[in-house]
Ligand binder design. Structure first.
Ligand SMILES: *[C@@H]1O[C@H](CO)[C@@H](O)[C@H](O)[C@H]1NC(C)=O
Ligand SMILES: *[C@@H]1O[C@H](CO)[C@@H](O)[C@H](O)[C@H]1NC(C)=O
Ligand SMILES: *[C@@H]1O[C@H](CO)[C@@H](O)[C@H](O)[C@H]1NC(C)=O
Ligand SMILES: *[C@@H]1O[C@H](CO)[C@@H](O)[C@H](O)[C@H]1NC(C)=O
Ligand SMILES: *[C@@H]1O[C@H](CO)[C@@H](O)[C@H](O)[C@H]1NC(C)=O
Ligand SMILES: *[C@@H]1O[C@H](CO)[C@@H](O)[C@H](O)[C@H]1NC(C)=O
Ligand SMILES: *[C@@H]1O[C@H](CO)[C@@H](O)[C@H](O)[C@H]1NC(C)=O
Length: 287
């Protein structure tokens, strides 16, 4: 008799793990939000489902025993169990779904890569400090797993690894992320953008912070000084060159003048008499 029971149990468990099973349906949940499990009964069609939390029957064939905590919804392939206002007392315990003679029990654990617990809006605190190297501090409470945050400026990730410290608070984490920039980073223009992710899912944080307009007046001042110095140099050079040329010109003029004074008819005498006559007649014939 005992052997029979044992055999039945082994068979039952062996088959059950294949026949029905439950899985988490909502990947991202909020702390204090709903978690939905789905008991898949595709291989035993038409069977009503019983749900148990530890040894408590919480749903039996559509009848929900703790209405403030659980809700159930059946479809032809199985049954959805919603755990409302999920808190840590709902995790780390086993849930069982039973259909016909088949059952499946498993711990609802958060140590699953797939599950993300988003913090409520009022469980995220951000403080910016654009004047200090400690640019940004983000504090999450009740998050799972530990988030990964990055800070972007004009689309460039300016800090790959922020300092993250975490404390486990039951099943969830309280996480503090500090974004400290090296001194040499001078940030101006555009926005700083924070992106955090849980299991590669982007999670909303109150991101974006406008930066002051870049102040390049000092650079302009340098340029102006440089331009003025250059201008003065050019002027001095020009002055030198010009004075040389003018001196030269004056000297030539003086030379010409003195030549003219000593021999005023010199130019004219270079043309002989007949040539001069030809020029005159040509000019007279021209209308
Ligand atoms: C949780 O589930 C219940 C029942 O399905 C629903 O009424 C409620 O709006 C859900 N709450 C959230 C935060 O989704
Ligand atoms: C139930 O499980 C079967 C077999 O693994 C699968 O083919 C089917 O898509 C599942 N149904 C739902 C609604 O998840
Ligand atoms: C979790 O929720 C249950 C029922 O909703 C409540 O009795 C319990 O005090 C809660 N626990 C915590 C730690 O909030
Ligand atoms: C993540 O979820 C997918 C389907 O939703 C499942 O196939 C996979 O096994 C899960 N991975 C883990 C680590 O739980
Ligand atoms: C986590 O944060 C919550 C809310 O701020 C707080 O009540 C709780 O004491 C913190 N837990 C730990 C371990 O610091
Ligand atoms: C997240 O994405 C990175 C690269 O995009 C990948 O290496 C890593 O395996 C992913 N992690 C998960 C949990 O999907
Ligand atoms: C730009 O620089 C000048 C002088 O260096 C300073 O007086 C001014 O306040 C700066 N403006 C901004 C927006 O930083």
């Amino acid at each position: 008799m005992i052997w029979c029971l044992l055999l039945w149990c082994v068979c039952c468990r062996g088959i059950s793990s294949q026949k029905v099973f439950w899985e988490i349906k909502d990947l991202a949940i909020t702390s204090g939000g709903n978690v939905t499990l789905f008991c898949n009964t595709t291989s035993v069609p038409g069977r009503k489902v019983t749900w148990m939390k530890k040894s408590d029957v919480i749903v039996h064939h559509g009848l929900v025993f703790y209405r403030s905590k659980f809700a159930e919804y059946s479809v032809s392939e199985g049954s959805f169990l919603t755990i409302m206002n999920a808190n840590e007392t709902d995790f780390g315990v086993s849930y069982t779904c039973i259909a016909d003679i088949f059952s499946f029990d498993s711990m609802l654990d958060l140590d699953v890569l797939n599950v993300s617990v988003l913090p409520n809006d009022n469980d995220v605190h951000m403080s910016w400090n654009l004047e200090s190297r400690k640019l940004l501090q983000i504090y999450f409470s009740g998050i799972f797993p530990i988030p990964h945050c990055q800070i972007f400026h004009k689309g460039t990730n300016i800090l790959q690894t922020p300092t993250t410290t975490s404390e486990r608070d039951g099943y969830f984490y309280n996480v503090s992320v500090s974004i400290v920039i090296p001194y040499q980073l001078e940030l101006c223009d555009g926005y700083l953008d924070v992106k955090c992710s849980l299991n590669n899912q982007t999670i909303p944080v109150g991101n974006k912070r406008a930066l002051p307009v870049c102040n390049d007046s000092t650079e302009t001042n340098d340029h102006t000084v440089l331009l003025i110095v250059l201008g003065i140099l050019v002027l001095v050079l020009l002055h030198c060159v010009l004075s040389r040329i003018i001196e030269c010109e004056i000297r030539t003029l003086i030379n010409i003048a003195s030549t003219l004074r000593t021999n005023p008819k010199q130019e004219m005498s270079s043309l002989n008499k007949s040539e001069r006559m030809e020029t005159i007649t040509f000019l007279a014939q021209t209308p």
